[in-house]
Structures are given as structure tokens and as C-alpha cells.
Design a protein around this ligand. Structure first.
Ligand SMILES: [Zn+2]
Length: 472
């Protein structure tokens, strides 16, 4: 009896909501309700049925007044370590970006910098409705993990991993493949499945030009052994493919090479994959590789990935923001809007005309939710609002100037919604933002500490940003 009471005290009903479930039947409830028991969704249905069946055991009953309820967004490529570097590499060429700004910045980071950077990034992610992210591979996973635990988010954390390459900062230049694997195994032992199961640790490959074959093979085998994922930047720029063709003797580029060495597999998260041909799209599809499309950074730095073709070939494509120095907005709401627009426009290259029907809103919403969950290898627990899944939820206030009137609720979420429409976010059954207030950390304090740490870090790294106008 006592157990029964204890359990019922944590039951919450959310009702009178427009629920976009993103389940396999694409159900949308105009007047829906859900029951949350601790960290999980216990039931979903029409509001009157949910109230009739569960009111007696509910501790909290929340009326959403027809605001929208969605599954939490999943950002599948974000450099949380780079948040303190926002604005240090705007409008510069790619080599300046990497060698003179990002590498000096990252190689001078302390664990505290990573912690503050991840806190700041996490705050921005939560404001845009993100409940889970896949870290792209950064510095000081322990700092990231501490921030994720405090923020209440869910994440797949990855260390930036390289064992070769030209022009690396001195502190990175001497890492052997064995050291790379060993340190990641240690991070896995220390952090995997911590923070009530919200943190998972993945393996990382920064990119092929910084990886020996030995590192690639060991990473693949270690990921199999640990049953975890691999996060890697793949075919980002044409130059990368050229280097791979020249040095590794394959027909096209990175994907062709990864296929040749049997690296492509279901647990590989390939970020960007901009410069891939049809044969390579076939390789990715057959192997079940997941792709993270980052529209803003693609437009700024890399090029237009053939996303429509990848989706048509059955590849699971999701969305990522990339890092603050290449986007510079960490909003999944903006990425949804951009993904839809740039892939309609990209068809000019394929067909000579734009295709207004390419990447329709329902597909873009899938990319931000259930496809994100599949990409993060976590779709058994997140990515849709279904009984039995974790309660990772976003409340959207549609009754603002940006979204009124609504005649097509799904397209409104992609074409009209702004980050400002996101009001509350729940992760693992707990509110982490309510009425736009971040609950677990002091937002203003993080902002002031992050500003200070960023200034000191740039000084330490010897990075100075030239004035571009007549600054007096
Ligand atoms: Zn990246």
C-alpha cells in the first residue's frame, strides 16, 4: 500500500494539448492527454479518456490550453566545447578557421572551460527544445558530463580523437592510436550510463585526414565490443575526398574508402556527408549508417549535401547545429527551417528548378525527432511520444505573433515556429525549463562566467580577432 502511494505521488497528467506524437502511425491528437509516471510516459490518448482513467492517481494535472506538445528535439551534431568560440571565425577561409582559430582554441581549453562551454551551449539547446544531443567530439568529456548532469539533459558524449595529420597543435601531435583508444575506454568506464542513464559515451573519429587505418579499425572494433556508437565527420569538403583519393587510392573519397576497409556500419553517425556520389549513398544506405545534416554550417562552410537523395535511398538522416563558430546559432528550430529551405533550393543543381515539395514539413519534423533518436541509437526510449518511452517533451506556445493563425499545424511548426515559441522542456520526466526559465542552473551566472572564461581562453591561445570596420 505504501509503495502504491509513493508511486502515485509522481504521476503527472498533461491534457488539453495538441500532441504531435511522431509515432509510427504519425498520430496527432487535437485534444490529447498523456500520463507521466516518474521518468516514463505511461499512457497517451484523448484528453477526456486520460482524465477519466487517471485523475484519481495523478499528483499533478496540467492543462496546456491547446498549446502543442512534441517529443524533445534531438541535435545529432553539436560541438559543446566550441560554445566559448562563438564569433572567433566568422567569414574566414576554411584553413584559417581550422588552423588559426579552432585548433588553437580547443587545444588550450581546460576542463573548466569545457564545463562552462557545455553549460552555455546546453542552455541555448534547451531554449530551442532540445532534450538530447550527440556531441561531435570535443575536449574534456568529464567537463561536458558534469554540465549535462547538472542541466538535466540527455547526451551521447564523444572525445575529439586524432592520431595523425599535418599542422596539429603540439599538445595533440603525439597521441598514438593506442592512447586514443585507451583514453576513450576510460571515459566510457567512468561516464557511460551515468546521470540516471542520461549520459552515454561514444567513440570519436575527428575526420579521416587525422586518422590512421589502425585508429579506424580499433575504433570500429572497440565500438562493437562496448556496444556503443561512433561519431565522425565524413566527406565535409572536396579537398578531403581529394586527399583520400591521392593517399589511400580509392575511386572517390572518404565514404568509398570507409566501405573498402569495412568501417561502415549501423552504429556510425556520419556528420555532414556533403561530398558523396550516388555509389557512396548506396554504401551508406546498405550499411545502415546514420547521417547528421547540419544545414547552417553546410551553407556557411561546406556545401549542399544531397539530403533528398539520401532520404530517398532509405538513409536515416537527422539534424544537427554543428558548433557555435560555424553556425552560430544553436537552435534546432532554425535548423528545421533551414533544412527545409536549402533542400528545396538545392534541386536547382539536380533538375534546373527548385522543388517546393522536397523535404516536406512532416519529414523535417521526423529528422528533428525520431530520426534523431535512431541516429543517437536511442529510439527504443526517445524520439516520439509513446507509452513506455521516456518523458522527453517540449511545450510550444503557438499563440504568439510568429505562429498565428494556424491552418496547417505541421507546416507551422517548421515554417513559422521560432525558438521563442518554445516555453517548457521536460527531460527524463523532469522539467528542465518551465515558462522559459532554465531550472537547474543559474542562466545569468553561467553567462557571466562563460564570458570571462572565453576572454581568458582566447588570450591563452593567442587568438585575436581583427576589427572589420572602423572601430573607434
Ligand atoms: Zn562538426
Amino acid at each position: 500500500m505504501e509503495m502504491e502511494n509513493q508511486r502515485s505521488s509522481s504521476v503527472t497528467i498533461i491534457h488539453n494539448a495538441t500532441i504531435v506524437t511522431m509515432d509510427s502511425e504519425s498520430r496527432v491528437f487535437r485534444d490529447g492527454g498523456i500520463v507521466i509516471d516518474q521518468d516514463k510516459i505511461k499512457a497517451i490518448g484523448q484528453s477526456p479518456d486520460i482524465l477519466a482513467q487517471f485523475s484519481a492517481i495523478a499528483h499533478h494535472i496540467i492543462d496546456l490550453h491547446r498549446q502543442f506538445l512534441l517529443p524533445g528535439f534531438i541535435n545529432t551534431h553539436v560541438h559543446t566545447s566550441q560554445q566559448l568560440a562563438r564569433g572567433i571565425a566568422d567569414d574566414v577561409d576554411l584553413m584559417t578557421w581550422l588552423h588559426h582559430r579552432i585548433w588553437p582554441y580547443e587545444s588550450n581549453m581546460t576542463e573548466r572551460d569545457s564545463y562552462l562551454s557545455t553549460l552555455l551551449c546546453g542552455i541555448e539547446l534547451i531554449h530551442s527544445g532540445v532534450t538530447c544531443f550527440a556531441e561531435a567530439g570535443g575536449q574534456h568529456v568529464s567537463g561536458m558530463a558534469r554540465a549535462v548532469e547538472e542541466l538535466g539533459l540527455r547526451a551521447c558524449l564523444t572525445q575529439s580523437t586524432m592520431d595523425s595529420g599535418e599542422g596539429l597543435p603540439p599538445s595533440w601531435a603525439n597521441r598514438t592510436s593506442d592512447e586514443c583508444i585507451q583514453s576513450q575506454k576510460e571515459l566510457y568506464q567512468k561516464h557511460h550510463n551515468t546521470a540516471d542513464g542520461r549520459i552515454r559515451v561514444w567513440l570519436g573519429i575527428r575526420q579521416i585526414m587525422n586518422s590512421t587505418d589502425r585508429l579506424l579499425h580499433e575504433t570500429r572494433d572497440t565500438a562493437r565490443e562496448l556496444k556503443t556508437g561512433i561519431h565522425m565527420h565524413v566527406s565535409e569538403i572536396a579537398y578531403e575526398n581529394q586527399v583520400v583519393m591521392d593517399t589511400r587510392k580509392v575511386e572517390h573519397g572518404t565514404v568509398a574508402y570507409l566501405e573498402k576497409i569495412d568501417f561502415l556500419q549501423k552504429n556510425l553517425l556520419a556528420a555532414h556527408t556533403v561530398w558523396v556520389n550516388n555509389t557512396e549513398i548506396g554504401f551508406l544506405s546498405r550499411a545502415g549508417v546514420k547521417v547528421s545534416h547540419c544545414p547552417a554550417s553546410a551553407m556557411r562552410m561546406l556545401g549542399f549535401a544531397p539530403i533528398k537523395q539520401m532520404l530517398d535511398s532509405g538513409i536515416c538522416v537527422s539534424l544537427g547545429t554543428d558548433g557555435a563558430p560555424s553556425n552560430n546559432r544553436m537552435s534546432m528550430v532554425d535548423e528545421m527551417y533551414l533544412a527545409s529551405l536549402i533542400n528545396k533550393g538545392r534541386e536547382v543543381f539536380a533538375n534546373g528548378a527548385t522543388d517546393p515539395m522536397a523535404l516536406p514539413s512532416e519529414i523535417v519534423l521526423k529528422m528533428a525527432t525520431i530520426n534523431g533518436a535512431k541516429t543517437a541509437l536511442w529510439d527504443d526510449e526517445i524520439g516520439s511520444i509513446e507509452a513506455g518511452k521516456k518523458a522527453d517533451l517540449v511545450v510550444v506556445n503557438t499563440n504568439l505573433w510568429s505562429m498565428v493563425p494556424i491552418h496547417d499545424c505541421i507546416s507551422s511548426l517548421v515554417y513559422c515556429m521560432r525558438t521563442e515559441n518554445i516555453v517548457s522542456v521536460m527531460c527524463n520526466g523532469k522539467w528542465i525549463m518551465k515558462d522559459k526559465k532554465i531550472l537547474n542552473v543559474d542562466e545569468e551566472e553561467v553567462i557571466s562566467r562563460a564570458k570571462e572564461a572565453s576572454g581568458e581562453l582566447l588570450k591563452r591561445a593567442g587568438i585575436s580577432i581583427p576589427n572589420r570596420m572602423n572601430v573607434l
